[in-house]
Design a binder for this molecule. Structure first.
Ligand code: PLP
Length: 399
């Protein structure tokens, strides 16, 4: 089919999410690159929004998918049959996580893991209130949206869940909102779509203490920060505490759709009675996606990819210096580059795209653009990418 026809059909038949999609017509993708049908090569510095941490089509992930395709696809909804890839992935994840995070429930997406974690917290505590953070993003379904701190995304679909309070991120005084009616506090340990907001070193530990004091659970949304993105397998590992429930998705599947929430075996048992089948999903833990996720996890660990994340992040930081850049916030390879206005961001993102570099916006921070490249990006590729970004920035008159 001719390129113009596909483009026309894209706008005609696919439900849109914005009036101005990037509309790159993807031909193929490999490593950190995506090629469009005209043969233009793009360097992907957002990794499909923190999904392709191993780059596109990592050979070990592709091989695992192929092997599973030849064995079986969907055979039964989650939880009934014993499926090797699910079991192996759950075991490996549990081995890599601290005590208390030893039982994995696989779902299909980030939002779904949040929904289920919220149900588990209600079941676990007998309470129904939640405390979340302003400017957070936890997903677009009703429950996840209820704990999302971005009014722009919510006002048109109210009523949402009652009993949700919002505290400022990284402000200890707001812990007074967490009380004996709180089922759980749900928080991104580093806020992603708020524009990469990094808490003070003691903040999360103090939050853990406050939750323990009032008997509320602590849910970490590591959907964006997980799978090595910030320099450790999960970001919480740098802060000296353990959440009660961990939500992951995005990069977990190495490019395939899978999410998980992880907690203790005792807590997870709650879904098995009163009522039985207390949380169910048909496709959760699809065997092909679990095989891809296991290969992703093993590759990240075996090839010591996470060990280099901080150094690579520093390379970006050292090279992206210009008076127009007001701030660069970063943890590992999770970065936000801030300018004085959304208009400047718009021009820089567009300018980079024209020169074959994909960057992207944040949902709740219009003055910054995101850089979240595949963790496999080489030092040379970082150098080359930064040179292009700097050329774009230097090309503007910021007066
Ligand atoms: N939580 C965080 C921190 C996210 O960044 C996202 C997606 O961007 C979600 C939840 C929702 O994940 P999904 O789009 O897979 O439902």
């Amino acid at each position: 089919m001719a390129s113009e026809d596909i483009k026309a059909d894209f706008f005609q038949y696919l439900a849109p999410t914005s009036p101005h999609p990037l509309a790159i017509e993807v031909d193929r993708a490999e490593g950190i690159y995506i090629w469009d049908r005209a043969g233009k090569r793009y360097t992907d510095l957002v990794a499909g929004i923190a999904v392709c941490n191993l780059g596109h089509r990592h050979p070990r992930v592709i091989e695992a998918i192929k092997q599973q395709l030849d064995a079986y696809l969907h055979v039964m909804p989650y939880g009934e049959f014993i499926q090797g890839p699910q079991v192996a992935l759950a075991k490996r994840l549990s081995e890599l996580l601290p005590a208390g995070l030893d039982s994995c429930y696989f779902v299909n997406s980030g939002a779904e893991s949040i929904e289920a974690a919220m149900k588990l917290a209600k079941r676990s505590t007998g309470r129904s209130n939640f405390v979340a953070c302003k400017r957070s993003y936890h997903g677009s379904t009703h429950g996840a949206l209820s704990v999302t701190g971005n009014e722009n995304k919510k006002f048109h679909v109210r009523p949402l869940l009652p009993g949700v309070k919002f505290m400022d991120f990284n402000v200890v005084k707001d812990f007074e909102l967490i009380d004996r009616n709180t089922a759980a506090v749900i928080i991104e340990p580093i806020q992603g779509d708020a524009g990469v907001r990094i808490p003070d070193s003691e903040y999360l530990k103090m939050l853990r203490m406050r939750c323990d004091e009032v008997g509320a659970l602590l849910i970490f949304d590591e959907i964006q920060t997980g799978m090595g993105r910030t320099g450790t397998l999960f970001a919480f590992m740098q802060y000296g505490l353990v959440p009660d429930i961990l939500c992951t998705a995005k990069a977990l599947g190495g490019g395939m759709p899978i999410g998980a929430f992880v907690s203790s075996r005792e807590r997870m048992q709650l879904f098995t009675h009163d009522p039985m089948l207390g949380h169910i999903t048909t496709f959760g833990g699809h065997p092909v996606n679990c095989a891809a996720a296991l290969a992703t996890l093993n590759t990240l660990i075996d090839e010591k990819i996470i060990d280099e994340v901080e150094e690579k992040g520093r390379l970006f930081e050292e090279q992206l210096k210009h008076p127009a850049i007001k701030e660069l916030r970063r943890k590992g390879l999770m970065m936000a580059v801030e300018f004085e206005s959304p208009e400047v961001v718009q021009r820089v993102v567009q300018g980079c795209l024209e020169k074959g570099i994909i960057t992207f916006w944040f949902l709740s921070d219009p003055k910054s653009f995101r850089l979240q490249p595949p963790l496999t990006i080489s030092k040379n590729q970082i150098q080359e990418s930064c040179e292009v970004i700097m050329d774009v920035i230097k090309g503007f008159d910021f007066r």
